[in-house]
Design a protein around this ligand. Structure first.
Ligand SMILES: NC(=O)C1=CN([C@@H]2O[C@H](COP(=O)(O)OP(=O)(O)OC[C@H]3O[C@@H](n4cnc5c(N)ncnc54)[C@H](OP(=O)(O)O)[C@@H]3O)[C@@H](O)[C@H]2O)C=CC1
Ligand SMILES: N[C@@H](CC=O)C(=O)O
Length: 301
C-alpha cells in the first residue's frame, strides 16, 4: 500500500466559487470541515448575488454573507486581478460560465468544474481546454462524469500507458438509475422525479436528466477523453436497421468526414474486406437542388 501523497506546501491559493446550490453548498461544508489554510475562499457567487474578500471568507459563514452580497450579473468576471495560483470552481450548470473556462485558463487560473458544459459542449472549447492543459494549465474535471468516480482518471491512465480504448458502456445518470431502480408503476412517476430533485441528484433543470441530455454530455466528455469521436451512425445489416450515437476511433472510416459530410460504407460480395466508401456534403440547398436537377434532366432522356 502506498503512502498518501503529500500536498505541496506553499502560499494560500485564492478560490472563487461560482454556484451555491446543491454541489456548491456541499463543497462549502467540506471546506469548512477541512481547515486547510492553503485553500482560501475569497469569492462566492450565485446567479443573483456575489460576495468577495481578499482576506478570505470563512466557508461556514459564506452563505450568510452571500445573502447580504451585492447584485451579480452572472458573468465569470472576477473582482480582483487574477494571479497565477488562483482557482476558479464552477459549481453551476451555466453555459455563460462554461464559456469562461478557456478564458480563465488563458489568464493562468486553475479551473475546477462540476459544470459539464465546458468539456461536454462545443468541440472548439473542449479542444482549447485540452490544449491549455497540455501546455501546463490545470483543469479539474473529476466531478463532471460519475460525480467523482475515477472514470476520467482511469481512461487517462490507460491511454498514458499506451492502451487504446475500444469501447465504453455505462449507466451514467444517477437520477435515471434511481428513478428506474425498483419502480413498479404504483406511484406517480412525477412524484418520484420530485423526490430525485429533493435528494439533489437531478440537474438544475431535471428535464436535462429525463431527456438523456446529461448522459449525452457525459458520453461526449468520456469520448473526448478516450481519444474517440462521436458520430450519429445508421447501420443496416443482417441484424436489422438501427441508428444512434457511436463513439468511433478517430481513424474509423465513418469518423473521417468533416463539417456536414455524409460518409457511407457499403459492404457487398464485391466489396467484402474493405467497403466501398462515398463521402461528401450531405445537406445544403446547392447540392440538393443539383440532385433535383439531375433527376429532371434524366426525365428528358
Ligand atoms: N447534483 C449532483 O449530484 C451533481 C451535479 N453536478 C453538476 O454540478 C453543477 C451544479 O449542480 P447543482 O448544485 O445540483 O445545481 P443547483 O441548481 O443546486 O445549483 C446551481 C447553482 O449555480 C448558480 N448559478 C447559476 N448560474 C450562475 C451564474 N451565472 N453565476 C453564478 N452562479 C450561478 C445558481 O444560483 P441561484 O441559486 O441563484 O439559482 C445555484 O446556486 C451542475 O453543472 C451539475 O451538472 C455534477 C455531478 C453531480
Ligand atoms: N444529474 C446528474 C448528476 C451528476 O452528474 C445525474 O443524475 O447523474
Amino acid at each position: 500500500m502506498s503512502a498518501l501523497p503529500k500536498i505541496r506546501p506553499g502560499p494560500p491559493r485564492r478560490i472563487a466559487l461560482f454556484g451555491a446550490g446543491t454541489v456548491g453548498r456541499a463543497l462549502l461544508e467540506r471546506l469548512a470541515g477541512l481547515d486547510e489554510p492553503r485553500l482560501r475562499l475569497c469569492w462566492l457567487a450565485n446567479s443573483r448575488r456575489r460576495v468577495g474578500s481578499p482576506d478570505g471568507i470563512a466557508p461556514a459563514e459564506a452563505l450568510a454573507r452571500l445573502q447580504q452580497g451585492e447584485p451579480h450579473d452572472g458573468s465569470g468576471w472576477l473582482p480582483f486581478a487574477p494571479a497565477p495560483g488562483d482557482i476558479v470552481v464552477d459549481a453551476t450548470a451555466s453555459e455563460d460560465l462554461a464559456a469562461w473556462h478557456p478564458r480563465w485558463l488563458r489568464q493562468g487560473l486553475a479551473v475546477v468544474s462540476a459544470n459539464k458544459l465546458a468539456l461536454g459542449g462545443p468541440l472548439a472549447r473542449a479542444r482549447e481546454i485540452q490544449q491549455r492543459v497540455a501546455a501546463g494549465g490545470f483543469y479539474g474535471d473529476a466531478a463532471t462524469v460519475g460525480a467523482g468516480l475515477p472514470l476520467l482518471r482511469c481512461l487517462r491512465e490507460l491511454r498514458a500507458g499506451g492502451d487504446r480504448i475500444a469501447g465504453i458502456a455505462g449507466v451514467l445518470s444517477g437520477t435515471l438509475a434511481w428513478l428506474l431502480d425498483g419502480y413498479d408503476g404504483r406511484d406517480a412517476f412525477s412524484a418520484r422525479v420530485r423526490e430525485a430533485v429533493a435528494r439533489g441528484y437531478a440537474e438544475p433543470d431535471p428535464r436535462v436528466d429525463l431527456t438523456g441530455e446529461d448522459v449525452r454530455r457525459k458520453l461526449l466528455i468520456l469520448a473526448r477523453c478516450a481519444g474517440r469521436v462521436l458520430r450519429y451512425v445508421a447501420r443496416l445489416d443482417e441484424r436489422g436497421a438501427r441508428a444512434g450515437l457511436e463513439a468511433l476511433a478517430a481513424d474509423d472510416a465513418l469518423a473521417l468526414g468533416r463539417g456536414n459530410d455524409n460518409r457511407v460504407a457499403i459492404w457487398s460480395c464485391r466489396y467484402r474486406e474493405r467497403p466501398l466508401q462515398i463521402q461528401g456534403p450531405g445537406a445544403g440547398a446547392g447540392v440538393t437542388a443539383a440532385a433535383l436537377l439531375d433527376d429532371l434532366l434524366r426525365c428528358l432522356r
